[in-house]
Structures are given as structure tokens and as C-alpha cells.
Design a protein. Structure first.
Length: 135
């Protein structure tokens, strides 16, 4: 039993010692090409607000268009926005110009189609028509 422990221990040490030069060779190969370092570069842009004091981005597409939500002047309402090529656009709400409703843009695809949600103003009746077959 004691000889098995010694053989197992010796084998483990031998495998570890043999693995070290392979690892060092890979590191030396990487050091041999120092000019091929690849760094990811990012640009941070302040998107602004819709006149209030707060905004938050929630989605970006491959074209650089950004969606999210921001407060209006006086921080009285929260509206979804679309930021495209340096211009921020208020996407509005389902409640018209009331200050009670809120809307949030959640994501955007590469065709600049926005998905999100909105809370209508109180006393607003929404009429929704569906077409097609539903299972």
C-alpha cells in the first residue's frame, strides 16, 4: 500500500514538472510578438437628458443607436428616448402630454425598431385590435 502512494505521488510530481516547460514555451511565444497586442477601445459618450436631471441607457445596436429613459424638465415625468447620431428624441408615452404617464425603451434592433413599455395616464381607455389566429 505504501508503495502505491509513493508511485502515485512520484507520477503526479513528474507530470507537473513536465507541464511547466510547455506553459513557459507558450508564454515565451506570446512575448516574442509584443507588437501584436490587441486592446479593445471604447468611447464613452454623455447622451444627455430630455431636460431633467436623470437618464439611463438600456440598449444599444450595432449602428450606435441607443435607447433608454430620461426625466423631463422639472423631473415631473419619465419618457423613453432614442439617441441616434448625437440627437436625442423623446419617444413620448401612451398618455399624450400628461405628466402622469411614463414610458421606458428597453432595447433596439439594427433596424432602429424600439421595444419598451408605457404606462398610460389615469382615465385613459386604450382600444387594441388584434388580427390573426391565436391558439
Amino acid at each position: 500500500m505504501k508503495s502505491r502512494v509513493v508511485v502515485s505521488f512520484t507520477t503526479s510530481i513528474l507530470l507537473a514538472v513536465l507541464a511547466i516547460p510547455v506553459r513557459l514555451a507558450a508564454q515565451e511565444q506570446h512575448r516574442a510578438r509584443p507588437n501584436e497586442q490587441h486592446f479593445q477601445r471604447y468611447t464613452v459618450t454623455d447622451l444627455g437628458t430630455l431636460g431633467g436631471t436623470f437618464s439611463q441607457a438600456s440598449g444599444i445596436n450595432n449602428n450606435g443607436s441607443v435607447v433608454g429613459f430620461a426625466t423631463l424638465n422639472g423631473d415631473t415625468a419619465l419618457h423613453a428616448f432614442l439617441w441616434r447620431k448625437g440627437v436625442i428624441t423623446d419617444l413620448g408615452t401612451l398618455g399624450g402630454s400628461d405628466t402622469l404617464p411614463a414610458s421606458v425603451a428597453v432595447n433596439i434592433n439594427d433596424s432602429d425598431e424600439v421595444v419598451g413599455f408605457s404606462e398610460p395616464a389615469k382615465n385613459t381607455t386604450l382600444q387594441v385590435k388584434f388580427s390573426g389566429d391565436f391558439c
